[in-house]
Design a protein around this ligand. Structure first.
Ligand SMILES: Cc1cc2nc3c(=O)[nH]c(=O)nc-3n(C[C@H](O)[C@H](O)[C@H](O)COP(=O)(O)O)c2cc1C
Length: 319
């Protein structure tokens, strides 16, 4: 079996640049992709994707991306040359339906080539900056480039481009209840090699934000922490509870569940409740099996985010 805790340790000063780059591409992933539009001093459009990119604050809104110097000869990319002269850009996001076009836009065309045309995008005017917007992307940020911070000045070195967003444009249909749903925007992210991630459908899941100050995994009873059935994620859910109930509360909880048994419980919760009852019945004859069934019932409850049931069930086998 693979030992997941065996590490290879690498000093970036001693590893080839390609290996260091590959480590970052695979380990810091998936990365959002900025499709960056700039303009040269003589008015030529330029467009290129950058996945060393993220947002860093909302008041005021800032985003940062990083065009690297060529790993071969240390030369600057057209995007960097352009913003050094005209410190403005438009950053658009990349939905799945545009991924092949943005890949084409990453071709090392010369500065005289307009990647809008090469990659089949429609250039539209911006409100407040000179670089054009990409009509086909559903989300655009017009930006002032406030600072360019060189990160080494050598082949393969990055250049942090600190952009203050001065205007957002968002396709109307994307906004629902004040948020952008992942399935509607269907963004792609960049991983290692030629791999991308599609951030919609089965890739999307919810994690409820912790409410209040959770007790922490360290405060869970030892028999819960030692479970071979509960996952690390399960322990994370249990550690978010605000306090560990007393044994009297455990009895009261199950008494009240028994009282409402069969009176319209949802079928999914009925399943783990039944498992719990099966476990409970076995407690006098086969304690080990009983505890296993109850832990499985707790894990099923946690899969449906019923943390309260899971915690009470697990506490009941530690009493
Ligand atoms: C998805 C994707 C992400 C990329 N991310 C970066 C990046 O973060 N930094 C970088 O220097 N190049 C990145 N590239 C490569 C540039 O897009 C490529 O070098 C491009 O030719 C630069 O264009 P320019 O010379 O017009 O600025 C990426 C390419 C792709 C396809």
């Amino acid at each position: 079996m693979t030992d997941k805790r065996k590490f290879i340790s690498i000093d970036p000063n001693e590893a080839p640049l390609k290996d260091v780059h590959n480590l970052l591409l695979g380990g810091v992933a998936p990365r959002p992709i900025a499709l960056v539009s700039t303009i040269s001093e003589d008015g030529r459009n330029n467009l290129a994707p950058f996945s060393f990119f993220n947002a860093f604050g909302a008041n005021p809104p800032y985003v940062v991306f990083s065009p690297s110097l060529s790993g071969r000869d240390g030369s600057a990319k057209d995007t960097l040359v352009n913003i050094q002269k005209i410190p403005e850009c438009v950053i658009q996001v990349v939905p799945h339906e545009l991924v092949e076009q943005i890949s084409l836009a990453s071709t090392a065309y010369g500065p005289e080539v307009d990647e809008f045309i090469k990659s089949g995008f429609t250039a539209i005017e911006s409100d407040s900056v000179r670089p054009k917007r990409v009509l086909e992307s559903p989300f655009h940020m017009e930006c002032q480039v406030e600072q360019i911070i060189p990160l080494g000045g050598k082949p393969g070195s990055g250049n942090l481009v600190l952009c203050r967003v001065i205007k957002f444009h968002i396709a109307e249909h994307l906004l629902q209840d004040g948020i952008i749903y992942p399935d509607s925007i269907d963004l792609v992210g960049r991983n290692s090699g030629n791999f991308y991630t599609r951030a919609s459908g089965a890739a999307i899941f919810r994690v409820n934000k912790p409410v209040g100050i959770g007790v922490g995994i360290d405060q869970l009873p030892d028999h819960i922490k030692a479970s071979t059935i509960l996952s690390a994620n399960n322990l994370g859910q249990l550690g978010s509870v605000l306090r560990i109930p007393e044994s009297g509360e455990v009895d009261a909880y199950f008494a009240s569940l028994r009282a409402t048994e069969g009176s319209g419980q949802e079928s999914e919760s009925e399943q783990y409740w039944q498992l719990y009852l099966d476990g409970e019945k076995l407690m006098d004859t086969d304690e080990l099996k009983a505890k296993e069934l109850i832990e499985i019932s707790a894990a099923k409850a946690l899969a449906l985010n019923d943390i309260q049931f899971a915690l009470f069930a697990l506490l009941s086998i530690g009493l």
